[in-house]
Design a protein around this ligand. Structure first.
Ligand SMILES: Cc1cc2nc3c(=O)[nH]c(=O)nc-3n(C[C@H](O)[C@H](O)[C@H](O)COP(=O)(O)OP(=O)(O)OC[C@H]3O[C@@H](n4cnc5c(N)ncnc54)[C@H](O)[C@@H]3O)c2cc1C
Length: 618
C-alpha cells in the first residue's frame, strides 16, 4: 500500500443528522405530518438494503411494428430537450458479417444511421439519428466475449458487451480490467463512445480507453476504390486513427470488436475516511497521488469529506470484500415514489425558501446517515459491513449495478431512476477541471457555500459532489491534461418550466466549472448549455478528429444534428427561448429565459459574477 497521510474516523460513526432541521410551523407542514413523512422516507430508504429481486432495466428502443417505426430515448426516459427521437427501423445484428451488410445497405442508399446500445445510458442525444427515416443499429446481441489471451493479458469482446460481463470474464481467468465506470451497465462500445472513466492518476489513469489495444470498426466504404459500400477497419497503436476511435462519439462507424489490455487480478483495500472539508482545496491534489484509486465524496453543507482511501494490495492479504454501490441497488417502487414525492413537495413549498432548505437538509442528512452507516454499499464478505478497511478483489470492488438485471417482479423493485416509475428524476452535471485549477474551483465553491450552506443540501441528497481523477489522454476527444472530474447530481422537475430550489446556486457552480475554469463536459452527461462551443476547447485536436471522421464517413451518415453541434461543425447546442435556462437548455441573458412571472430573474452569480443565473427575487 502506498503512503497514506490522512487521519480518518470510521464512517459508521459519522452518519450524523445535524441540527439544521427544526420543524416549520406552517399549518400544512405540521410537525406530526412532517415527522410521519420523514419516518416513511426513513423506513423506505432502510428497505433499500433488503431487496434482491429487481425488474430489469428496460430497453431504450421501442418499435410500434416489429423492428420498424421506432423511438429511442435514454435510460432516464427523457432527453435534455424532452424530445423523443425516431427512426424508421432498428436492426439487431448478431455477427460482424450482419453488421457489415447493414452498414453497406444503409450506405448504398445514403441512409442516416446510428449505433444504439441496449440501454442508452448517456443523457444527451447521442443515440439519435437525424429525422425520422434513419436506421438504428443495436449492439444488444453483439455482446460476446470473443477471446482472452492469458499470456498477453488481452481480451477481445464484442462492442455490446457490458462492463459487468467484461469484468467477470476477465476475473474468471485471474485477470483484471484495470479501470471501469462505477456502473456496470455500460457497454464497451458506449464507454468508448463517450470516454467514460473510473478514478486514478496512476499509470495511464482512470479512463479505460487508455488500455485499448485495438478495435475493429465497420465504416462506409471509401468512394471510388471498389471496396464496396462498407468495410471493416482494423486499428491498433500503429494507426493514428486509433486516437479518434478511443473516444468516438459514435460518428466514425460501428465498433464491432474491442481488444483491451488487462492486468493480473489484484486486491484493493478501501476505507472511507471522513474529515472536515476545511482543507480539501489543498488536500485534493496530493490525495489523488497518494492512493491508486482515490476518489472523493464532498458534502459542502455538512463541511465534510469522505475520502476513498483506496489502494492496490497484495493478493495474499485476506479479504473477500464487495462494493455494491447503494445507489445502484434495487429500490422498491414505493420507496422511489415516496422519496420523489417528498422532494417535489419540498421544492414546491412556495412561501418560504428557508423552510424548503431546512427540509431538504433534513432529508439529505437522513439519506447520508443511511448511506454512510452502510459504507456506501461496501461489505466485508458480500453480505455485511463489519468495518474498514474492506479488502476485496478488483472485480468485486470496481463496479456494480445490482438493480440492472434480475427476475422481473412487475416493478415492485427497479433501479431508482426507472422511467416506468415516478421516482428519481435528475440532472447530472459532470465537468473535468485541470489539476492545477481544481484548488481555486473548490475555494470558489466553498465561498458560494458560505453564503448559503443549506442550498447545498440538494446535492447532498445525491451523495454530494463526487471527485474522480483522470489522466491526460492521447485520444483526440479525451482529457487534454490531468484532471479532476466533478460530478453533481440534483433534482430535475418533470415540468421544464418550473424553477427549482436554489437553481441559481447549481447554475453558478456549473458555469464556474465550464467557463471560469474552462472545464470539459462529460460527453455522456450534462445539459445542453455545457456543450455550447465545447469543440473550441479541444483546439487542434478537433481538426485531427474531424480528419478521421471525414476519412471514415465522408457523407456523415453516422453524424446527427447533435454531433454536428458538439463537434462545432454546424449549429449550437443551446436552445434559446422562453424559460430555456430553467432546464439547462441555455445560459440566461434575459429575464424571460428564467421565469419572471414566478419571481425568477436572470442575474449575475454571487461569486462568479460573469455567470448568469436564474435567481429568485423578493
Ligand atoms: C447509472 C449510471 C452510472 C454511470 N456511471 C458512470 C461512471 O462511473 N463513469 C463515467 O464516466 N460515466 C458514467 N456514466 C455515463 C456513461 O458511462 C456514459 O454515458 C456511457 O457512454 C454510456 O454507455 P452506453 O453503453 O449506454 O452507450 P450509449 O449511451 O448508448 O452510447 C454512447 C455513444 O456511444 C456510441 N456507441 C455505442 N456503441 C457503439 C459502437 N459499438 N460503435 C460505435 N459507437 C458506439 C453511441 O452511438 C453513442 O454516441 C453513468 C451513467 C449511468 C446511467
Amino acid at each position: 500500500m502506498r503512503h497514506q497521510s490522512i487521519q480518518f474516523t470510521d464512517l459508521r460513526g459519522a452518519g450524523m443528522v445535524t441540527g439544521t432541521g427544526s420543524y416549520p410551523s406552517a399549518d400544512h407542514h405540521s410537525p406530526v405530518m412532517m415527522l410521519t413523512h420523514y419516518l416513511l422516507v426513513l423506513i423506505s430508504l432502510a428497505s433499500l438494503f433488503a431487496f434482491t429481486q429487481c425488474s430489469p432495466v428496460v430497453d431504450s428502443i421501442r418499435c410500434s411494428t416489429g423492428t420498424t417505426d421506432c423511438t429511442i430515448t435514454n435510460i432516464y426516459g427523457t432527453f435534455p430537450d424532452w424530445k423523443t427521437c425516431r427512426a424508421r427501423q432498428v436492426i439487431f445484428p448478431t455477427t460482424e458479417e450482419q453488421l457489415l451488410a447493414a452498414v453497406a445497405a444503409a450506405s448504398s442508399s445514403n441512409l442516416k444511421m446510428k449505433v444504439a446500445t441496449r440501454y442508452s445510458n448517456s443523457i444527451p442525444k447521442l443515440s439519435c439519428t437525424d429525422g425520422e427515416e434513419g436506421l438504428l443499429i443495436s449492439t444488444k446481441f453483439l455482446n460476446r466475449i470473443i477471446n482472452i489471451n492469458k499470456a498477453e493479458m488481452t481480451m477481445t469482446v464484442e462492442s455490446g458487451a457490458r462492463m459487468k460481463e467484461v469484468i467477470n470474464a476477465a476475473a474468471e481467468v485471474g485477470l483484471a480490467v484495470p479501470h471501469s465506470t462505477f456502473w456496470w451497465g455500460i457497454t464497451i462500445g458506449g464507454l468508448l463512445g463517450t470516454g467514460s472513466y473510473g478514478s486514478s492518476l496512476s499509470g495511464k489513469g482512470g479512463a479505460l480507453h487508455e488500455y485499448l489495444v485495438s478495435v475493429r470498426m465497420i465504416t462506409p466504404g471509401p468512394k471510388g476504390l471498389g471496396l464496396g459500400d462498407a468495410i471493416i477497419r482494423y486499428l491498433n497503436a500503429s494507426h493514428a486513427q486509433l486516437q479518434a476511435a478511443k473516444v468516438s462519439l459514435g460518428v466514425l462507424g460501428v465498433i464491432s470488436q474491442v481488444t483491451l489490455k488487462l492486468q493480473p487480478n489484484f486486491k484493493r483495500s478501501l476505507t472511507y475516511a471522513t474529515i472536515s472539508d476545511s482543507d480539501i482545496a489543498d488536500r485534493v491534489l496530493p490525495f489523488g497521488n497518494e492512493h491508486e484509486f482515490a476518489s472523493i465524496f464532498w458534502y459542502p453543507h455538512l463541511r465534510m469529506v469522505d475520502y476513498a482511501v483506496d489502494d492496490r494490495v497484495d493478493l495474499a492479504i485476506p479479504g473477500n470484500g464487495y462494493f455494491r454501490f447503494i445507489g445502484f441497488n434495487p429500490i422498491p417502487r414505493l420507496v422511489s415514489e415516496i422519496t420523489r414525492n417528498n422532494e417535489e413537495r419540498i421544492e414546491n413549498i412556495s412561501n418560504s425558501i428557508t423552510v424548503s432548505n431546512r427540509e431538504k437538509c433534513m432529508a439529505s442528512n437522513i439519506t447520508r446517515s443511511l448511506i454512510t452507516s452502510n459504507a456506501y454499499g461496501l461489505t466485508n464478505d458480500a453480505s455485511i459491513f463489519t468495518g474498514y478497511p474492506v479488502i476485496g478483489l478488483q472485480n468485486n470492488i470496481q463496479s456494480s449495478g445490482d438493480c440492472m438485471d434480475d427476475e422481473e417482479n412487475s416493478l415492485i423493485t427497479s433501479c431508482a431512476w426507472d422511467p416506468r416509475v415516478n421516482g428519481l428524476f435528475i440532472y447530472e452535471t459532470s465537468v473535468s477541471i485541470g489539476l492545477s485549477k481544481a484548488k481555486d474551483f473548490i475555494l470558489d465553491v466553498q465561498q458560494l457555500r458560505d453564503i448559503n450552506p443549506n442550498a447545498f443540501c440538494g446535492l447532498e441528497l445525491y451523495n454530494g459532489i463526487i471527485l474522480r481523477y483522470v489522466k491526460a489522454s492521447t485520444a483526440y476527444l479525451g482529457e487534454l491534461e490531468d484532471v479532476i472530474k466533478f460530478d453533481m447530481t440534483y433534482y430535475r422537475s418533470r415540468n421544464p418550466t418550473t424553477p427549482r430550489l436554489n437553481q441559481d446556486v447549481f447554475e453558478e457552480i456549473e458555469q464556474m466549472a465550464l467557463f471560469k475554469y474552462n472545464g470539459l463536459p462529460h460527453w455522456g452527461k450534462n445539459r445542453n448549455l455545457a456543450f455550447d462551443g465545447v469543440a473550441e476547447k479541444y483546439g487542434s485536436r478537433i481538426a485531427e478528429f474531424l480528419k478521421v471522421k471525414d476519412e471514415f464517413d465522408p457523407d456523415g451518415l453516422f453524424s446527427s444534428e447533435w454531433t454536428d453541434q458538439i463537434l462545432g461543425i454546424k449549429g449550437r447546442t443551446s436552445i434559446v427561448g422562453e424559460g430555456c435556462a430553467l432546464d439547462g437548455l441555455c445560459v440566461c441573458s434575459q429575464d424571460l429565459h428564467c421565469a419572471p412571472a414566478k419571481g425568477y430573474f436572470c442575474r449575475p452569480g454571487k461569486v462568479f459574477v460573469d455567470a448568469r443565473v436564474c435567481t429568485k427575487l423578493g
